[in-house]
Design a protein around this ligand. Structure first.
Ligand SMILES: C[S@@+](CC[C@H](N)C(=O)[O-])C[C@H]1O[C@@H](n2cnc3c(N)ncnc32)[C@H](O)[C@@H]1O
Length: 225
């Protein structure tokens, strides 16, 4: 179980991009599952948290996102002096159709949307944060297949995912996504429970007189190809 009560604000990190992950998560994954100068991929780049960590840790990295806004924000966040001679590339693109060669990546370290809990655009048809969970799960199978294709054999794909609540019931999105990756051929190496601090839902939870339990964790699934 991982818990980072202080989310981390070194380098250019801030909590400004909605739904971004604490830099402690990619930092720990990169340190544990890759070596300097290896290639790290984050195909749901967001504000570039993973790439900032790759830059600081001397890894080469590619970050991809379907929203131009994310590309601009990430380029801004990566614009600081710290040169370890590693390559850091930011590209517009789709996690379901990566413009990368087969077996070219040493570590995937990524954090997709949790279905439509946070919508990252209004009408971008390729943005999977606009999809209801049943369609989202179908598209995540395509993400799993692309991840498998670009990753080198024996290497790690780490993905963070949370469950969601619909009409008072839990949708175990994390387990559905895990199942898609396993059905694609990945082996399950670790399941890390990450404690969620300062949950948005806490205030609704209190208003509802504790009629349901608070979701205060996410999963980091660590798969091996
Ligand atoms: C949870 S956010 C990632 C946040 C990131 N970990 C950070 O710390 O800033 C998910 C991202 O997935 C992007 N996204 C949605 N659909 C996508 C797709 N088909 N391909 C690539 N990126 C996509 C969204 O634009 C959003 O920036």
């Amino acid at each position: 179980m991982w818990s980072f009560p202080d989310r981390g604000s070194w380098a250019t990190h801030s909590g400004n991009y909605r739904g971004n992950w604490t830099p402690f998560v990619p930092r720990n994954l990169i340190l544990r599952y890759s070596k300097p100068n290896e290639w790290v991929l984050d195909q749901f780049l967001g504000s570039g948290t993973t790439l900032v960590e790759a830059k600081l840790l001397g890894r080469n990295a590619i970050g991809i996102d379907i929203n131009e806004k994310s590309i601009l924000i990430s380029k801004g966040n990566l614009n600081f002096d710290y040169d370890l001679n590693n390559k850091i590339i930011v590209k517009y693109g789709d996690a379901r159709k990566l413009c990368l060669k087969d077996e070219s990546i040493d570590l995937i370290c990524t954090h997709p949307p949790y279905a439509d809990i946070i919508k990252y655009s209004v009408d971008n048809k390729d943005d999977i944060s606009l999809l209801d969970f049943s369609l989202f799960i179908v598209e995540m199978k395509r993400v799993a297949e692309e991840s498998y294709r670009v990753l080198k054999p024996g290497k790690i794909c780490a993905i963070m995912m949370g469950d969601i609540r619909k009409n008072g019931n839990i949708v175990p999105l994390g387990f559905f996504v895990m199942d898609s990756f396993l059905k694609t051929g990945f082996k399950s190496k670790e399941i890390i429970i990450k404690k969620q601090h300062n949950c948005e839902s806490s205030k609704h939870w209190k208003k509802q007189y504790y009629s349901f339990l608070l979701l205060a964790h996410e999963y980091i699934f660590v798969f091996e190809k």
